[in-house]
Write a protein that binds this ligand. Structure first.
Ligand code: MTE
Length: 307
């Protein structure tokens, strides 16, 4: 039903990743404000990364599929488009603005963020709403290590993630398939949950551009589109944010978007999924198999209504 993953990963992608790594070491803290870095970022991001008890021991999806079969609509809607075009994304210099209902709004340089907390390896399942899944060895640390820097105020109930918009480098934004920039949101307690990862790399190295360099999130119990790539602004707000997908198709994509085999997408079932690289489909698990850790976040909620 779905096209086979591309077998090739363009060599430029790897060359550029190595280049970023070299320049990142020399760049220092240009434009950064607070706080003082606590941890030395290793030359190779995965070196010394802590193993996480949250990791799955399922077989990891080969790197060529993770980079070669991907959704990043700013570069086009084909699965191969990110590998083809995302090398155009300018990932240095890069800052992330944390603002809204917080005591200490701040703009942080990516080099500062890389050193905010010890890097962990988290091997997570990612389940796309389209019905395919992968197992990805991410590198990063809990998103909360970043969020807590700005001291959210009591009336901050949600966080909105606004991702980068570089029209000159993103051929996909000429299309109106989504409203740009790509926006996603989480409830604050979801964003601060220990499973929610600020991702800086995968497979031992910095993030490939097509997978959301230089930083994205991974929310493993939700459909893949909740995991915003190439984040530029994190805004703390009181009202539930409207994501790009909710604006594009409100009947099909709700705010919560927890992986739920019992709630079909209006145009297809969500009961099964195809692990990329495998032939037979497997059953999709509630909360993508992370129910033990996250189901309590939704106690008392009707997850058919709050899909
Ligand atoms: N983030 C941005 N900025 N733009 C996108 O188009 N696609 C989402 C999500 N994050 C998307 C995005 C979707 S639909 C999925 S399935 C995941 O990224 C895919 O992440 P991966 O390529 O690392 O597997």
């Amino acid at each position: 039903m779905y096209p086979a993953p591309a077998e090739i990963t363009p060599p430029e992608l790897y060359a550029r990743r190595r280049e970023f790594l070299k320049t990142s070491i020399g760049l220092g803290l240009a434009g950064a404000v607070l706080p003082a870095p606590t941890f030395a970022a290793p030359a190779q991001l995965g070196n010394g990364a802590k193993k996480s008890p949250f990791s799955t021991d399922e077989a990891q999806t080969p790197l060529k599929h993770i980079t070669g079969y991907s959704n990043f609509y700013e570069f086009g809607t084909d699965k191969e488009d990110p590998a083809r075009h995302a090398h155009q994304l300018k990932t240095r210099p890069w800052t992330v603005r944390l603002e809204g209902l917080v005591r200490k709004p701040v703009t942080l340089d990516i080099e500062t963020i890389l050193k905010l907390a010890p890097i962990e390896e988290r091997i997570y399942r990612l389940r796309c709403v389209e019905g395919w899944s992968m197992v990805i060895p991410w590198l990063g640390f809990p998103l909360d290590a970043l969020l807590r820097q700005v001291e959210p105020l009591g009336n901050a109930k949600y966080v909105e993630f606004v991702t980068a918009l570089q029209p000159e480098n993103m051929p996909g934004v000429r299309s109106r398939v989504l409203q740009w920039p790509y926006v996603e949101g989480l409830r604050l307690d979801e964003a601060r949950h220990p499973l929610t990862l600020l991702v800086l790399g995968l497979y031992g190295d910095l993030l490939p551009s097509g997978n959301g360099a230089p930083l994205r999130i991974a929310v493993p119990w939700k459909y893949g589109f909740k995991s915003a790539k190439s984040i530029a602004t994190i805004r703390f707000v009181e009202q539930e944010p409207r994501s790009s997908w909710m604006k594009a198709a409100p009947r099909e994509y709700g705010f919560y978007s927890n992986v739920n085999p019992d709630v079909p997408h209006p145009r297809w079932s969500q009961a099964k999924e195809r692990r990329i690289g495998e032939f037979l489909k497997r059953d999709t698990l509630p909360f993508n198999g992370y129910g033990e850790q996250v189901a309590s976040l939704y106690s008392g909620m009707d997850l058919r209504k709050h899909f």
